[in-house]
Design a protein around this ligand. Structure first.
Ligand SMILES: Cc1cc2nc3c(=O)[nH]c(=O)nc-3n(C[C@H](O)[C@H](O)[C@H](O)COP(=O)(O)OP(=O)(O)OC[C@H]3O[C@@H](n4cnc5c(N)ncnc54)[C@H](O)[C@@H]3O)c2cc1C
Length: 323
């Protein structure tokens, strides 16, 4: 059977990858999405009881209303919504199919997944940032009682847990663990809770620390993890504290190797942001585009669903303009 050359191949079936496929479908383009996990796999891996900081309408794609009782949806409601989007648009999404490489070819691009080879005139990389933690690079970080992802608090109830970090993920985890009966100690590199923490959560966190319910080491970092204890270093020297678990919620980063292997140049500054034209989302390689939070590089707070949904139409308009 003659191999199909897709007008657009999208790597990543997250909310923004799906938005790209919908825009392509509406423009009559033949588009396919390859997703290495479940539909919206990153959201699937979010903490079970997390609440989005966005209101539901700001997470909408494809012009389909996101009905939600509370102003801000939870993880389950978001998964429901994006599943319904797939039921409605019947996008060509191949799940549990990881893309290994993207290379330029006569027809446009050759894309190799772990299951098949594809040809496409244009490709979008919408691979997010949630799959690769920012490791601390310290001894003991890969021990079984250490995790870079928080799922839910029950397993930590009535146990000692050290939470590393002061951003939204670590603050949400610390508060949820404490409320479920865990003995929580936070280790924070800077002198305060991150300013980007949701404004309705930050005071709760600061009050729990000031009243002593949650212990916090500011201007400190974890230097070693061992079974049952961690070393914390700060201006006063090294302190060793007992703990049963360590939640190292130190942030995440895009798959820079995947971008680099595809030929996308990364900016030389600390953000390592992948090069792209903000008007079209096209990279330094003609026909290869970026969409979603991957665009921010290390600045993972810069893009989110709310403000990266527009990438989809910018890309499709540029493709139509060229065809
Ligand atoms: C706890 C939390 C709360 C958040 N709350 C909000 C909020 O309230 N509002 C908001 O706007 N944003 C929020 N964000 C940010 C936003 O949800 C995400 O960043 C969003 O997932 C971005 O969508 P995306 O499609 O760009 O990336 P992702 O959803 O991460 O999708 C990328 C997809 O690509 C897949 N993939 C990666 N590599 C490959 C490969 N090689 N081959 C095939 N597939 C691949 C992944 O499995 C994933 O499904 C939150 C993020 C977190 C972590």
């Amino acid at each position: 059977m003659a191999e199909v050359t897709h007008d657009l191949l999208i790597v990543g079936g997250g909310p923004i990858g799906m938005a790209c496929a919908i825009s392509a479908q509406k423009a009559g383009l033949n588009a396919i999405v390859l997703e290495k996990g479940a539909l919206v796999n990153s959201l699937f891996n979010y903490p079970l009881y997390m609440t989005f900081f966005s209101t539901a309408e700001r997470l909408e794609i494809g012009g389909i209303p996101f009905n939600c009782l509370a102003p801000k949806p939870g993880r389950q409601e978001a998964l429901d919504y994006y599943r319904n989007i797939q039921r409605y648009f019947k996008l060509d999404i191949r799940l549990f199919e990881k893309v290994a490489s993207i290379s330029k070819s006569e027809m446009g691009f050759d894309v190799k997944s772990e299951k098949a080879n594809y040809t496409a005139k244009n490709v979008v990389i919408a691979t997010g940032f949630y799959d690769i933690p920012l490791y601390m690079g310290i001894p003991g970080e890969s021990l079984p009682h250490v995790s870079h992802y928080f799922r839910e608090a029950h397993e930590f109830a009535f146990r000692k847990v050290v939470v590393v970090g002061a951003n939204n993920s670590s603050v949400d985890a610390a508060l949820e663990c404490w409320r479920k009966g865990a003995d929580v100690t936070m280790v924070i590199r800077k002198g305060e809770i991150n300013d980007r923490v949701k404004y309705w959560v930050k005071p709760d966190m600061e009050n729990r620390i000031s009243e002593g319910s949650i212990k916090a080491y500011f201007n400190s970092c974890v230097t070693e993890i061992r079974e049952g204890e961690v070393d914390i270093e700060n201006a006063d020297g090294t302190t060793t504290i007992q703990t049963d678990f360590v939640l190292a919620l130190t942030g995440y980063q895009p798959d820079f190797k995947f971008l680099d292997d595809a030929g996308v140049t990364l900016s030389a500054d600390v953000s390592r942001a992948p090069t792209h034209d903000p008007e079209t989302m096209e990279t330094n390689i003609p026909g290869l585009y970026l969409a979603g939070v991957v665009c921010g590089g290390m600045e993972t707070h810069k893009w989110f669903i709310e403000n990266s949904r527009i990438h989809a139409d910018l890309i499709v308009q540029d493709i139509l303009k060229k065809s």
